[in-house]
Structures are given as C-alpha cells and as structure tokens.
Design a protein around this ligand. Structure first.
Ligand code: C2E
Ligand code: MG
Ligand code: MG
Length: 704
C-alpha cells in the first residue's frame, strides 16, 4: 500500500528545511541591508562633517599631482597633519580607518600610510561614488589595520562617499572618501538574533511538521484500516462472485441437462426409449436427403404386431407394456448401427434401412425381424407367442417424401395383414388404388341407407331332426347403384373402422324386427331371428336401451331375437361379460358365431351367457375330406351338448355334410342346402307355404 507517512514526512521535511533556510537567509540579508544602510548614512554624515571642517585644508593635497611616487605622496600627506586631524575626528566613533581618493582613483590619503599611492580606479565602490552614488560593503577581516593598530576578527563596513565641491554654483565630485566602520558588535548581535529567529522558525516549523505528521499518520492509519476493510470486502466480494459463478455454472449445466432431457423426451418414446414419430420423421428426412445426394436407396419397414390388442385386453396394460419393451429389445438386435428403429405408438414400430442394395436386402431384414417372433416372449409368468406384419416401402422407387413413404409402408403392412399376418409385403401401386377405393366406398356407404341401397336378406335355420324352420339369420346386403353388389366382408370391416357400423347396425336391428313383425302379420312365423352384432356396437353400451325401444315399437318379444357375436368380442372387450349379461337380462338369446376360428377358450365358454354355438363353415367344408376337421366338429358338438348349448352348423351345402352332422347329433343347420340368404319377400314365399316338416328331399333322403 502507498506509504503516505513516509512520503509526506520526507517531502514535508525537505520543504520545511528549505523554508527555514530561506527564511534565515532572507532575515540575514534584511539585517545586513539595514546595517549597510544605517552605516552608509553614518558614513555620509561623517563625510559631511569632514567636508565641512577639514576638506578645504586638504583639498590642495588631493588636487596636487597624483602621478608622483607613493613615497612622495606619503611625504606630502604627512606634511598636512591630516592624520592627526582625522584621528581626533574618529576618536569615540566606530570609524577604524579613512581613505581619500583623487578623482583618478589614486589613494591620496589613508590613515594607514602604507596604502597611500595605491590605485583604486577599478574598484566598483569607488566608481559608484565617483558617479555620486555612495556605496557600502560588509566584509569580515581576520586582521584589520586600523588607525589604532592591527585588530583581530572584525566585521567591517567600508563606504565610498563622494566629496562634493561647488564651483560657480555647480556641484561636482572632487574626490572619494572611504570610511571603514567597525560593525563587529552589530554583526554579532544580528547573528545572535538570527540564531534565535532561526531557532524559533525551526521550532515552529518542527511543531507544524509534527502536527502534520500526527495528522498524516492518523490519516494513514485510517486509510490503512479502510484499505484493509476494502480488501476484506473485495475478498468477500470475490468469494461471493466465485460462489455465484459456481452456482450459475451449476444452474446452467442443470438447465442444459433439463433441456437435453426435455429434448430427449420430445423425441423419444418413454416406454421403449426408442425414437418417436417426430425424431423418426427428422431422421427419415435426413436420410432422404442423403439418398438424393448420393444416388442411394433406402427402405422403410412398417412393423405392426398381430393381435397385440388381445394381450392388452386379456392380460392388462402392464403386461402389454412389458411385452412392448421386450419386443423392442429383440427388434434392436436385428437393427444395423446406422439404421433407425422407432415406435410410432401402440404396437406400431417403424424402421429406416439406410443404403440398401435393393429390395432383396430389405426383404432379408424383414425376414430376420419376423424370425425374431418365432421364439415366445416371456413377460412375468406369461409365455406369449406373437407375430408381426411388416410393410415395406422404398426410396426413391416408391417416393422421396417422408409422409409418402410412411403411408405406403403402412398400406403395405395392411396388405401383409390381409394376406394372413406374420409376413412382410412390399408396397405396390395397386395398394394406392385400394386405398382410394376404400375412400370411395366409405363415402357411398354413408349414403346407402338414405338411397335405399341396403337390404336385409334372410337365410333359414333348420332343425336337423325334424327339418322344421327354426329361425333365420339376417344378413345385410348392399347393392350400390354405382359399384353394384358389394359383399358384407368388404363393407362391414370398413363400417367398423369408420364408426359407421353403429348407424348400420341399428338400421339392421330395426329392419329385421320390423320384417319379423310383418311376417307374423301375414302368417309366417319365424320362431327366432338371428342378427349379427359388431364389437363396436357392444362397446357403445347403449345397445340394451336401443333393443328395448325397437322391441317395444315393433312388438317383437325378446325370446324371438338371437344376437350373434364372434369370439373376438370376449378377447377385445374388457367388460364383455357384463355387457352380455345385460343383453341376456333383456331376455334375448345369444349365439357364439364362427366358433372354432378364433382363440376359443373353454373356460370362457363356460362362463359366457350364450345359448347357441355356431360351428364355422371352415370345418363343415372338411367333412368327408379331413379327419381332423371331422374330429373338431365332433368335439364342438359334444361340448355344446355338455354345456347345454344349441349347436348350429353353418354353410352346409351337401347332403353328405348334413348326414354327417345329423349322425353326430348337431341340432340345427344353416346353408345353401336349405336356402341361400334371400330377400324378405322371397323368404316369405319360400317358407309360408311349407309345413314344418317340409325339408328338402335331398336332405331327408341323405345317409342319416
Ligand atoms: P356369418 O354371420 O358367419 O354369416 C354367414 C355367412 O355364410 C353369410 O355370408 C352367408 O351368406 C354365408 N353362407 C351361409 N350358408 C352358406 C353356404 O352354404 N355356403 C357358403 N359358401 N356360404 C354360406 P355373408 O352374408 O356374406 O356374410 C358374411 C359375414 O358378414 C357374416 O358372417 C357376418 O359376420 C357379417 N355380416 C353380415 N351381415 C351383417 C350384419 O348385419 N351385421 C354385422 N355386424 N355383420 C354382418
Ligand atoms: Mg352370423
Ligand atoms: Mg358365421
């Protein structure tokens, strides 16, 4: 730190010493000047006295030839008795010696005769006096030859005074008088004063110095304390800044981590940690840019798990989620490092295969992926078998835009499903045509009710033993003005997908009940009419309410209505049992349609409130052809019997099939052998006339 005291004390000491020295010198010079002035006056007065009293006597001596030798001059002066006269004058005064110079500077007289004859023309004092300006000078002499003899250590003032003479009224300088005055006592006195004054000045300055020194030292102490405090504060501040910087760094890195986390979450599927749709699209966009830049090829694989919903519905979402994670891990084993596997949602995965050689490489990967599903998945205690359907689109062959490629892979995946699942399918241009057709079909279907293009056909159900008409199945028909007759297998799934099935199903229910009532009126009594229900209709939950309204309006009693549901209902509907129990509570009958084609579970069957089992046509075809089909039919009939259910065989076309079924003890049959589905009026004319026993001759004569 800056040492204020040291600098101040040094500087101030120097300045004060300088001031003291200057003051002393100044005082001394003033004293000397005053002394000189005073002594000069006295010398002038003395000279005046001399001029007045002695000069007229001695003037001739001075005026005489001065060029003579000093001895002559001395001789001449001695004769004038001037020395004695002046000695008298000087007595009692401080005058020690007197000299008289002629105008040309020759010492014409001196109280010290030795000096007579000396030339002082060059002396400054002499010249000044010659110009009528007296002049004094103070000198210290170790030895001085005075009139009274030699003196030791004297302070002497010598004063040159002009000697005037008035001639013809004009005053002019005749010669110069030099007076030596002894001022030793004055000088000693002045020196003593000077000493006191100097001591006083030094004392005052020292006191001042001390006082200032104290103030400065105090200031220095305060400054030091403040500097220390400042330093402490600075350190404290530094410390705080460091701490805050550290905190800020932490905050920043925390925020960066949070941002990274957010970014990660925004781009990843939380369940499987796979890239989500957003990130997938970004990656595909990048890959497509590479494709166009490097003239490469890539493939997009749309992977959809088959019947995954069943797992979710039967085993719960937590098992479903765990299965998805397990599937993901297995799929990842097949993905090359540069490729991307993403989850689009639900059971849909999508994969980008970069830089493929061609369709063969894409197919190879797809096959490897499908191969992964051959082994069961273990989730908790469950051992689950799963398959997948894969749709493949390629760039640039099928397009170079993200959405186009995804849509085409999706369409191809649907095709793979349509072809029986557990397989892959490449996109083909016809798929787009199919998709366009579906859109057209959907539009037309929505208008079909209003434009009277829909109708309900009826197919008879016959009692095997008696051949009596026991009922009819209502089957929906669509005869489009634009597209002609369209089978239910094409428009029912479409209506289910679009939700239009609700309206459609309601229309069928109304139409059928209305028809049954109309037949009743004209004398055709169809004991029970079977109506097919879609899962979606059951899911809605207001079905019992609707049915009650329809029955009230048409006057049809519930025991004359049988609702056909497929096995999948139980698989996909969480509260299927409650829903079916509600329907059963209405008094309507329930039939399990297409029995044997789904995941039939005997334990479920026991609990279901159904009264009828409909054995699917797929097994009936096998009669006489496949032993196993026959055994299955046998088993199904036996089960029906043991569970006290009515067994109905669907799609009976031949007498052989009929005979076989009769032998097994199947209770009812339905099929072309007894009548194809026909419009209501046709059904009426066919069956009104017939008696209860009116079975077709072919059937009755079959090998029963
Ligand atoms: P399903 O309920 O199993 O109906 C029986 C199907 O077998 C009918 O086909 C019927 O015409 C056909 N069939 C009956 N006997 C024979 C036969 O001897 N030989 C052959 N080859 N076929 C026979 P359809 O009318 O084409 O109906 C197909 C499916 O569409 C129905 O299967 C049913 O699941 C569904 N469906 C029909 N109408 C409706 C409806 O109104 N609502 C709902 N949800 N589904 C319906
Ligand atoms: Mg049916
Ligand atoms: Mg069926």
């Amino acid at each position: 730190m800056f040492n204020l005291t040291r600098y101040f004390s040094t500087l101030s000491f120097v300045l004060m010493a300088l001031a003291a020295g200057l003051l002393t010198l100044y005082y001394r010079s003033i004293t000397n000047e005053q002394l000189l002035h005073h002594e000069q006056n006295r010398a002038e007065e003395f000279t005046q006295v001399f001029e007045n009293s002695l000069w007229p006597h001695f003037k001739p001596v001075i005026d005489a030839d001065q060029s003579a030798s000093p001895d002559v001059l001395r001789e001449r002066a001695a004769t004038t008795k001037l020395r004695e006269a002046l000695g008298n004058m000087m007595r009692g005064t401080t005058v020690l010696k007197i000299k008289i110079y002629s105008r040309d500077g020759i010492t014409a007289f001196s109280t010290d005769p030795q000096q007579i004859g000396e030339n002082k023309a060059g002396n400054a004092g002499f010249r000044s006096a010659l110009n009528d300006m007296p002049r004094s000078e103070l000198t210290h002499r170790n030895q001085f030859d005075a009139i009274e003899g030699t003196l030791e250590e004297r302070d002497v003032i010598s004063t040159y005074v002009p000697i005037h003479n008035i001639e013809n009224g004009q005053q002019h300088v005749d010669g110069v008088f030099e007076v030596y005055q002894d001022v030793t006592t004055f000088v000693q006195e002045a020196d003593r004063h000077l000493k006191w004054v100097s001591t006083g000045v030094v004392a005052v300055l020292a006191a001042l110095y001390l006082a200032q020194f104290m103030v400065v030292r105090r200031a220095q102490t305060i400054l030091r304390a403040q500097a220390r405090a400042l330093e402490d504060t600075n350190q404290e501040l530094d410390h705080r800044v460091q701490e805050r910087t550290h905190d800020l760094e932490n905050e920043i890195s925390e925020r960066r981590r949070a941002e990274q986390r957010l970014d990660y979450l925004a781009h990843h599927d939380p369940l499987t940690d796979l890239p989500n749709r957003l990130l997938f699209k970004e990656r595909l966009l990048q890959s497509l840019q590479q494709v166009s830049r490097h003239d490469a090829q890539l493939a997009v694989l749309f992977i959809d798990l088959d019947h995954f919903k069943d797992v979710n519905d039967t085993l719960g979402h937590s098992v479903g989620d765990a299965l998805l994670t397990t599937v993901t891990r297995r799929l990842q084993t097949c993905i090359r490092p540069g490729d991307t596997l993403a989850r689009l949602g639900g059971d849909e995965f999508i994969c980008i295969l970069e830089n493929i050689g061609g369709p063969a490489s894409a197919l190879e990967v797809a096959d490897q992926l499908l191969e992964l599903f051959r082994q069961p998945f273990f989730v908790g205690d469950n051992q689950l078998y799963l398959s997948a359907s894969i749709g493949i689109s390629q760039a640039p062959a099928d397009g170079t835009e993200v959405d186009v490629l995804v849509r085409k892979a999706d369409a191809a995946m649907y095709q793979a499903k349509a072809h029986g699942r557990n397989r892959s399918h490449f996109y083909t241009s016809t798929m787009t045509t199919n998709a366009q057709e579906r859109i057209q079909l959907e539009g037309l279907l929505r208008e079909a009710i209003a434009s009277n293009e829909l109708s309900v056909h009826f197919q008879p159900k016959i009692e095997v033993q008696s051949g009596r008409l026991l009922g009819a199945e209502a089957l929906l028909r669509w005869n489009s003005a634009e597209l002609g007759s369209i089978p239910p297998s094409r428009f029912i799934p479409l209506a289910e997908e679009t939700g239009f099935i609700m309206e459609l199903g309601f229309w069928v229910l109304c139409e059928t009940c209305r028809q049954v009532a109309a037949w009743d009126e004209v004398g055709l009594r169809v004991p029970v009419v079977s109506i097919n229900l879609s899962v979606k209709q059951l899911e809605r939950g207001n079905l019992p309410e609707l049915l009650r309204t329809i029955m009230r309006e048409t006057g049809i009693t519930p025991d004359r209505i049988e609702l056909e549901i497929t096995e999948s209902v139980i698989m996909v509907m969480e509260d299927a049992f409650t829903m079916l129990a509600d329907l059963r509570a209405l008094g309507v009958r329930l039939a399990l349609d297409d029995f044997g084609t789904g995941f039939s579970s005997l334990s479920y069957l026991k609990k279901l409130p159904v009264q009828t089992l409909k054995i699917d046509r797929a097994f009936i075809i096998g009669i006489g052809e496949s032993r196993s089909d026959e055994s299955i039919i046998q088993a199904m009939v036996d089960i029906s019997r043991s569970l006290n259910l009515v067994s109905v065989a669907e799609g009976v076309e031949t007498a052989e099939q009929f005979a076989f079924l009769r032998r097994l003890g199947c209770e009812q049959v339905q099929g072309y052998l007894f009548g194809k589905p026909v419009p209501a009026n046709e059904f009426l004319s066919r069956w009104q006339a017939q008696t209860a026993a009116a079975l077709p001759a072919l059937a009755l004569t079959g090998q029963g």
